[in-house]
Design a protein around this ligand. Structure first.
Ligand SMILES: NC(=O)c1ccc[n+]([C@@H]2O[C@H](COP(=O)([O-])OP(=O)(O)OC[C@H]3O[C@@H](n4cnc5c(N)ncnc54)[C@H](OP(=O)(O)O)[C@@H]3O)[C@@H](O)[C@H]2O)c1
Length: 232
């Protein structure tokens, strides 16, 4: 079940809704092979019905390194080494001042948004380095470069994504790239959580993907370490 000879192998975390789901649709329409994950089993089953092989979807929690390790091993063996690795999966805390965020909720935001990215990188990048090519895009946010009240845990993780990615970029061999990406402001469940009803003033994930996916496909080794933003 190797990837099609034309097109790139794109691995996307968090494809069950929002930006990840919209990216999966656009990449596949353009002829690329999409490998994706998310925790929701019904949503993963629906994606399997919608996209046939060589596309591949699994119920994986990126915060669980064992799950990510088994997933990466299977994909690299059966489909190939990613050309484009997109760390999109994330959660946001419910709006609240930092001192009112319960410890478990704070931990979950850190575990998924920071440790989840490290787990994916740990398990996929060695094969990309061996091949000496590939692009890693770690989803940051406007709140990875600025701050607002009531989303301190989320801001902390996105500032971490910026630092982690720029340090990673200094470790990669020539020919590869790692970039933090601010996707813009898009009407998804995550935005509805923090912006409430004003979220509907922003573009849909499908509208965003029309611009974002061609932008992602143009990222090359020349961009290594540069914080990027989707031009919407
Ligand atoms: N929407 C915006 O305006 C905006 C702005 C700035 C940055 N971003 C960033 O863009 C990315 C996508 O956001 P979105 O708006 O599309 O959010 P979303 O609609 O809430 O979707 C998040 C996706 O991540 C997955 N996910 C969450 N935890 C996971 C885990 N532990 N393991 C695997 N998958 C997991 C979710 O699937 P399951 O629940 O099935 O696991 C879902 O598919 C995030 O990194 C976000 O921080 C978004």
């Amino acid at each position: 079940m190797a990837k099609s000879s034309s097109g790139r192998l794109v691995v996307i975390t968090g494809v069950t809704k929002g930006l990840g789901e919209a990216m999966a649709a656009k990449f596949s329409t353009l002829g690329h092979t999409v490998v994706g994950c998310g925790r929701s089993r019904p949503a993963i089953e629906a994606l399997r019905q919608q996209y046939s092989a060589p596309h591949w979807f699994d119920a994986i929690d990126v915060a669980n390194d064992c799950q990510v390790s088994d997933w990466a091993e299977a994909i690299i063996k059966q489909i190939g080494v990613p050309d484009l690795l997109i760390n999109n999966a994330a959660i946001i805390n419910r709006n609240a001042p930092l001192w009112e965020v319960p410890p478990q909720e704070f931990n979950d935001v850190i575990d998924i948004n920071i440790k989840g990215i490290a787990n994916v990188i740990r398990n996929f990048i060695p094969a990309m380095i061996e091949r000496q090519s590939g692009v890693i895009v770690n989803f940051s946010s406007g709140w990875g470069r600025s701050t607002s009240p009531e989303v301190a845990p989320y801001c902390a993780t996105k500032w971490a994504v910026e630092g982690l990615t720029r340090a990673l970029a200094q470790e990669l061999p020539d020919g590869m790239a790692a970039v933090p990406l601010n996707p813009g402001i898009i009407n998804t469940e995550m935005l509805q959580s923090c912006f409430a009803s004003s979220a509907h003033h922003y573009p849909s994930a499908a509208e965003w993907a029309e611009v974002a996916v061609p932008f992602l496909l143009k990222i090359t080794a020349k961009d290594n370490g540069n914080p990027l933003s989707v031009p919407i």
